[in-house]
Design a protein around this ligand. Structure first.
Ligand code: KG4
Ligand code: ZN
Length: 331
């Protein structure tokens, strides 16, 4: 089954073709992130205006890349939330029109669940039960999946998401946007032994699977107040901040995996592209029997392929005219 996956919940516009939930035939991603750079965060109106321009060219490009034509597509899949309302409307209405005009069934996909399913692309034999960590710009959540349609939310952030913390701290440090890759780059220049500053590891000792990252961001703001931000100092803070976020994410995820005695841990969302998070999660998982999956780095951030993969396994068919975007959709 070939699924056309469309994603437009935030500042990316992506169209992909995925066969049987696992084989990537095409994945075209157009990002407006450079347009938001000077604002240090996403401006919803700018994102939506750009998406109107690029969604049809992305569709055409994706078909070209996949070698498919209209008749090869079995199903259209769309992420209908959570996200920015203007951006969501563009993707949802485009998917509805394609589904109606071409006479293809439509599947509605939750964007957050899509991030989890990015792991299925190119992978074999992901076993249930599993714990999924979704770490994106808008969300930080832990879920327990006993099967494809059996998802239980375990906990999430009480304030900022991990990605938001990366973006805000990058801004405080005078680094670019999006902040995650910038902090990762700055941190790479530092080795352990040269650092003598320590940031808090938020709510690590508390029970439960909730997170909190805004205090960490404030700790960075306090640290740099009235200080000259030279290169080495910025790199040290980036290194320590990245360590603090990754340690908390890894400890909570492993704790959840132990508590629910799962076979597998899967991680998804933009922050799952982070090499430190990957290395630390791998190191800790190697001490136990969990199988660990991260998506291909290109599939960590928003993309249409993960929407097509999730649609294949979840099969939430919907009549096109009944589908509405849901900016606050959750697990
Ligand atoms: O999943 P995503 O593309 O969009 C949302 O659904 O929000 O995630 C975007 C977030 C941004 O906050 C960005 O800074 C972060 O993912 N991110 C990273 C890295 N690449 C992207 N964070 C840490 N390290 C990275 N390499
Ligand atoms: Zn996302």
């Amino acid at each position: 089954m070939k699924i056309l996956g469309i994603e437009s919940t935030c500042d990316e516009t992506s169209v992909a073709v995925v066969e049987n939930g696992r084989t990537l035939l095409s994945n075209v991603v157009a990002s407006s992130s450079s347009l938001h750079e000077k604002y240090g965060g996403i401006v919803p109106e700018i994102a939506a205006r750009e998406q109107i321009k690029v969604i049809i060219p992305a569709l055409i490009e994706s078909f070209k890349e996949s070698g498919c034509s209209q008749s090869d597509i079995d199903v259209v899949a769309i992420s209908y939330g959570p996200g920015l309302i203007g951006s969501l409307i563009i993707g949802v209405e485009t998917a509805k029109v394609i589904s109606l005009i071409w006479g293809k069934p439509l599947i509605a996909t939750n964007h957050l669940i899509g991030h989890i399913y990015a792991n299925w692309i190119g992978a074999t034999n992901i076993k249930f039960p599993l714990v999924g960590l979704v770490v994106s710009g808008g969300h930080t959540d832990l879920v327990l999946m006993k099967n494809h349609n059996d998802i239980k939310w375990l906990g999430g952030t009480k304030d900022d998401s991990a990605g938001e913390a990366f973006d805000k701290v990058a801004r405080i440090l005078g680094l670019g946007y999006p902040g995650g890759p910038e902090i990762e780059k700055a941190a790479e220049t530092v080795t352990d032994s040269t650092v003598d500053l320590k940031l808090p590891r938020p709510i690590l000792r508390n029970s439960g699977f909730d997170f909190s990252f805004s205090g960490l961001k404030t700790a960075v703001a306090n640290l740099v107040r009235e200080k000259k931000l030279d290169g080495d100092f910025v790199n040290f803070i980036a290194f320590e901040f990245q360590n603090a976020v990754c340690e908390v994410l890894v400890k909570k995820t492993i704790a959840a995996a132990n508590e629910f005695d799962v076979k597998t841990i899967v991680v998804g969302g933009g922050v799952s592209a982070n090499s430190k998070l990957r290395a630390l999660m791998r190191k800790e998982t190697n001490k136990s029997s969990f199988e660990l999956f991260f998506p291909d780095k290109k599939l960590s951030t928003d993309n249409g392929a993960m929407i097509a993969a999730a649609a294949f396994y979840q099969k939430n068919f919907i009549e096109p005219l009944k589908l509405q975007p849901d900016p606050n959709l959750y697990f």
